[in-house]
Design a protein around this ligand. Structure first.
Ligand SMILES: C[S@@+](CC[C@H](N)C(=O)[O-])C[C@H]1O[C@@H](n2cnc3c(N)ncnc32)[C@H](O)[C@@H]1O
Length: 289
C-alpha cells in the first residue's frame, strides 16, 4: 500500500493491480463529473497536439485523449511518472490504429531532459496530492512550465479530500473518522491535503496568465449516485488503511483494512439515501513569456 520510493518521496497510495484498476475506473468517474470533457473549455482544443501528462499512473487520461481525438497519429503524447509500476508492458500504450504513447520514469521534482523542454502545447496533471509536500508544488510547477511551448497551457486537477461528506445531516461519524484520519496522516507524513487551493495559488504565482478555475461537484447530480458511492468507497479503502498505520491507529495494514471495511460498510449503508459530495478543482493557466 503506502510506499516510499526514495528517501525524499512519500506516496500514500499503493501501486498494485487493484489500485491500477481503481485508477482506470476513477478516470471514468472524474470525466463524468467534469461534463464529459478531458480538456477544460477555456483551452482552445484545436491548438493542442503535443501533450505531456505528469504523474500519469496507468496513462489512462492520455489513452482516452488519443482515443477520442479525430487524428491520433498527428499527436505527440508523453506520460511521465516517478514509478513504472502501473505502466502497461514495454512502457507504452499502443492504440488500435497503432499510435504509440511512450511513458517514461521521471520524478517531476527534478528537471526534465532537454528533448522535452518547450515541446508541449498542454501539460496535464491530475491527482498528485498523495505524493506532494507543501513545498513541492512550486518546484513541480517550475518543471511543468519548462515543458511548455510559449503560449502553452497547464491544466491541473485535484480532488478536495478535506471536504468529503454527503448531503445528509448530521454527519455520519464513520465519515468524520475517515476524513480526519487521511488529513492527519498526510500532515504527519509531511504531505499536503489542501490541494485544489494550493494548485490555484501556485499557478497564479508561477508566471502563468489567463487563469481559469472551476470546481466540479456531485452536488445535485443524482444520476451519479451509484458511481460516486462506489468511487468514494474505493478511495477510502485505498487511503485510510495506510493513514491508520501512519498514525498508529492500527498495528499493520491488515488490521487497518478490517477497521476500514466496517467504516466503509457504514458509509455505503448511509448512502442508500444520501449523495456523497465530492469536489474536483481544476485550474488552467497559460505560459506567457
Ligand atoms: C493517484 S495517481 C494519479 C494517476 C493519474 N494522474 C490519474 O489521474 O489517473 C498519482 C500518480 O502520481 C505519481 N507520482 C507521485 N509523485 C510523483 C513525482 N514526484 N513525480 C512523478 N510522478 C509522481 C504516482 O506514482 C502515481 O502514479
Amino acid at each position: 500500500m503506502g510506499s516510499h520510493s526514495s528517501d525524499d518521496n512519500i506516496y500514500l497510495l499503493g501501486r498494485d493491480e487493484a489500485e491500477t484498476e481503481r485508477l482506470n475506473k476513477q478516470h471514468r468517474f472524474l470525466v463524468a463529473i467534469s461534463g464529459d470533457t478531458l480538456i477544460h473549455p477555456s483551452i482552445p482544443k484545436d491548438t493542442i497536439s503535443a501533450v505531456a501528462d505528469i504523474g500519469t499512473g496507468t496513462g489512462v487520461w492520455l489513452e482516452d485523449f488519443a482515443t477520442k481525438h479525430p487524428d491520433p497519429s498527428s499527436l505527440d503524447l508523453h506520460g511521465f511518472d516517478i514509478s513504472p509500476a502501473q505502466f502497461p508492458t514495454a512502457h507504452e500504450i499502443i492504440l488500435a490504429g497503432k499510435t504509440r504513447i511512450p511513458l517514461s520514469v521521471h520524478d517531476t521534482l527534478l528537471p526534465y531532459p532537454p528533448e522535452h523542454l518547450g515541446r508541449y502545447d498542454l501539460v496535464h496533471i491530475r491527482l498528485l496530492t498523495a505524493g506532494l509536500k507543501q513545498g513541492d508544488y512550486t518546484v513541480l510547477l517550475k518543471n511543468a512550465r519548462s515543458l511548455l511551448k510559449p503560449n502553452g497551457y497547464i491544466q491541473w486537477e485535484e480532488v478536495d479530500t478535506t471536504s468529503f461528506c454527503t448531503n445528509k445531516t448530521p454527519e455520519l461519524p464513520a465519515i468524520t473518522t475517515m476524513r480526519n484520519t487521511v488529513i492527519d496522516a498526510m500532515l504527519k507524513l509531511g504531505l499536503w491535503p489542501f490541494a485544489p487551493q494550493t494548485v490555484y495559488d501556485e499557478i497564479c504565482a508561477g508566471g502563468f496568465q489567463h487563469i481559469h478555475r472551476e470546481t466540479y461537484t456531485t452536488e445535485g447530480k443524482e444520476h451519479v449516485h451509484g458511481i460516486v458511492t462506489k468511487w468514494v468507497a474505493g478511495v477510502m479503502r485505498a487511503l485510510v488503511p495506510p493513514s491508520m498505520v501512519a498514525l498508529g491507529k492500527a498495528e499493520n495494514e491488515e488490521e487497518a483494512r478490517r477497521k476500514v471495511d466496517v467504516l466503509v460498510g457504514e458509509f455505503e449503508e448511509h448512502c442508500k439515501d444520501a449523495l456523497a459530495l465530492v469536489s474536483l478543482g481544476v485550474t488552467v493557466g497559460q505560459r506567457i513569456d
